[in-house]
Write a protein that binds this ligand. Structure first.
Ligand code: HEC
Ligand code: HEC
Ligand code: HEC
Ligand code: HEC
Ligand code: HEC
Ligand code: HEC
Ligand code: HEC
Length: 401
């Protein structure tokens, strides 16, 4: 069943002009994260079904803490790591999940409407103290449909998710049909695959997800959270400190009694490039999460999955472990706050005259590297673009634009 879904999605991504944003054939099980963050791991589901056999995601984690460490929340880190805490507060990671009683989310939808055309009709939105609701007056009159969770951030795009009972003691999710986009400050259709044939009232409001797909959606956008009936319990919203570093209670305790606490997590010397790419790739995707034909053909859609591109770059393959995500990204600082000049400095730290072990660009040795070697690609059907992390020479980029 799951395999069937996978192949349909892959086929659809390759053949259709539109692209499903958030529903990919992804595999999600970082055993190491599971170790430090049992409640947010998906491993309890049993053996994951991987799209490519034989591959595995070895231990990527960080944490060397005792098993008793518990979550303390990101604000517990502020007193000693003020700068990282402030930066992270501005990062998409921090803002990527909310309940819809959040005034910032309400503001994006309340009082608006969106005509989805037949067969769905026109959605209207209102809020009360519980959060957001949608109605389709011409189909269901005054009956409200509760929209519970908001994924994505107000700097990018926000998609709403609801949890419902299926009548047989299982929960399913509805990914709402309409999303809010920062670009244009407007409501537009959520990029998703649907058969245009709603069977139940819930189907009018969005696309149905069950089981692993539903859980993964929550996993990648939160630090911790378990779907129990129609709510997420033990929820820590957003990709916060402890998602990457592991539960922090022991570290906080030890750091309070010593200026040189024992090793807690990543950020010290023995953290290698591959482990890091696996940590980031757990959500930003790894080769194991895309189809073989996509790996072979590298269609533009794959630019969305930065680790997949980076791993095939000569910069990565031939740099002997010196190139990783954090060579160019401070994991705590949003890319929106990084000046363009810093991206060039990142390239030039290897590709410069004083570094005889690296080749120099015959076209330009000081500027424009990203436009020519990591160009942004807009995904078909979406007003969103991603930079191609397969760093290479693009034949049509031999002169400045
Ligand atoms: C009471 C002060 C204090 C608090 C609170 C604190 N830390 Fe630290 N942290 C330290 C000190 C001291 C170090 C060691 C400094 C160094 O090695 O440069 C450190 C080091 C680290 C490191 C570097 C890697 C390592 O293994 O040591 C990470 C990552 C880290 N802290 C994350 C966190 C997170 C996440 C939180 C919140 C859950 C947190 N810290 C809360 C004091 C604190
Ligand atoms: C638990 C899942 C998860 C992990 C692990 C993760 N990310 Fe993300 N990342 C996300 C999500 C979800 C978003 C979208 C955030 C939003 O809504 O804007 C994102 C967005 C980003 C962005 C763009 C947003 C911004 O404000 O800059 C960058 C850059 C990024 N991640 C880098 C990284 C790097 C580097 C790592 C590894 C150190 C990493 N991520 C690990 C889930 C994750
Ligand atoms: C494998 C991890 C993963 C899963 C599963 C996943 N996401 Fe994401 N999501 C990401 C990452 C990483 C990003 C940031 C990069 C991108 O846009 O692809 C993101 C971006 C988004 C954004 C756009 C954020 C912005 O501000 O630009 C939305 C909205 C979103 N996801 C919603 C969902 C929904 C709804 C589901 C479940 C149906 C889902 N995601 C499942 C990892 C995931
Ligand atoms: C997306 C994953 C991710 C998140 C979220 C994250 N970190 Fe980190 N952090 C890393 C990685 C990877 C490193 C090691 C690479 C480096 O040093 O830049 C690191 C390094 C560190 C370090 C040691 C180096 C330094 O910058 O001082 C500290 C301290 C730290 N993190 C604290 C925090 C705190 C506090 C938060 C939350 C406010 C946080 N981190 C959130 C991935 C993350
Ligand atoms: C950690 C060092 C390092 C960094 C940082 C780095 N590269 Fe490279 N890059 C390499 C190595 C190693 C090679 C293989 C050739 C050589 O030794 O110069 C390479 C090769 C290349 C090539 C040739 C690719 C091909 O397929 O023939 C291009 C183009 C390139 N780099 C551009 C960039 C750009 C642009 C940046 C910044 C976004 C960058 N590099 C950052 C190490 C690096
Ligand atoms: C050689 C430098 C370099 C490395 C290494 C690198 N990135 Fe990037 N990344 C960039 C640049 C440049 C941008 C575009 C920044 C901008 O828009 O200002 C970017 C953008 C992004 C974005 C925002 C969406 C997009 O594609 O435009 C995400 C997410 C991201 N990188 C994740 C990662 C992850 C995860 C890794 C590790 C697998 C990684 N990056 C490694 C240079 C790098
Ligand atoms: C206007 C587009 C453009 C800009 C700007 C540009 N490059 Fe290039 N680069 C190219 C082209 C085209 C080639 C292939 C040239 C050839 O093979 O004759 C190339 C080749 C390279 C190579 C491979 C050299 C070799 O001998 O294999 C590296 C490394 C490189 N560029 C790095 C950079 C860096 C770093 C920057 C920024 C400081 C940069 N490039 C700026 C277009 C550009």
């Amino acid at each position: 069943m799951r395999r069937l879904t996978l192949s349909i999605v892959i086929l659809w991504c390759v053949t259709s002009a539109a692209v499903s944003w958030w529903l990919e054939a992804t595999e999600l099980s970082n055993p190491a994260l599971a170790q430090v963050a049992p409640s947010s791991s998906l491993d309890s589901d049993g053996e994951p079904d991987r799209p490519i056999s034989g591959a595995s995601v070895p231990s990527a984690t960080p944490s060397r803490q005792s098993a008793e460490a518990t979550y303390v929340g990101r604000d517990a880190c502020r007193e000693c790591h003020t700068e990282n805490h402030t930066w992270h507060g501005e990062h998409g990671h921090h803002k990527t999940f909310a309940t819809t009683d959040d005034p910032e989310i309400i503001r994006l939808f309340e009082g608006r409407s969106y005509d989805s055309g037949e067969p769905y009709g026109t959605f209207t939105y209102h809020a009360d103290e519980k959060g957001l609701f949608a109605r389709i007056p011409e189909k269901f009159g005054d009956r409200p449909f509760r929209l519970q969770y908001a994924l994505g951030s107000p700097e990018g795009a926000v998609t709403l998710l609801s949890l419902l009972p299926d009548g047989e003691q299982n929960t399913f999710a509805i990914e709402h049909r309409v999303s809010w986009f920062h670009d244009g400050d407007e409501l537009r259709p959520t990029p998703q695959e649907d058969d245009g044939n709603p069977k139940t009232a819930a189907d009018f409001f969005g696309l149905r997800h069950e089981g692993r797909v539903m859980k993964k959606c929550v996993y990648c956008h939160t630090t911790r959270g378990t779907i129990e009936n129609e709510t997420i319990v033990d929820l820590i919203s957003g990709v916060n400190c402890e998602k990457c570093h592991g539960p922090g209670s022991e570290h906080v305790r030890l750091a309070r009694s010593s200026k040189t606490p024992p090793k807690y997590s990543v950020g010290r010397d023995d953290w290698d490039a591959e482990s890091e790419i696996q940590l980031c790739g757990d959500c930003h995707r790894l080769p194991v999460t895309v189809s073989r034909s996509q790996l072979r053909e590298y269609p533009d859609e794959l630019t969305r999955f930065q680790p997949v591109g980076l791993l095939r770059s000569r910069c990565f393959v031939e740099a002997e472990g010196q190139l990783r995500c954090t060579t160019c990204h401070n994991p705590h600082q949003t890319i929106k706050s990084i000046p363009a000049s810093e991206h060039i400095e990142n390239c030039v730290r290897c590709h410069q005259e004083t570094n005889p072990s690296h080749t120099l660009c015959p076209i330009n040795t000081t500027d424009g590297c990203i436009d020519c070697h990591m160009p942004a690609r807009e995904l078909p059907g979406l007003s969103v673009s991603f930079h191609d992390h397969w760093i290479r020479v693009h034949p049509n980029k031999s002169s400045s634009p």
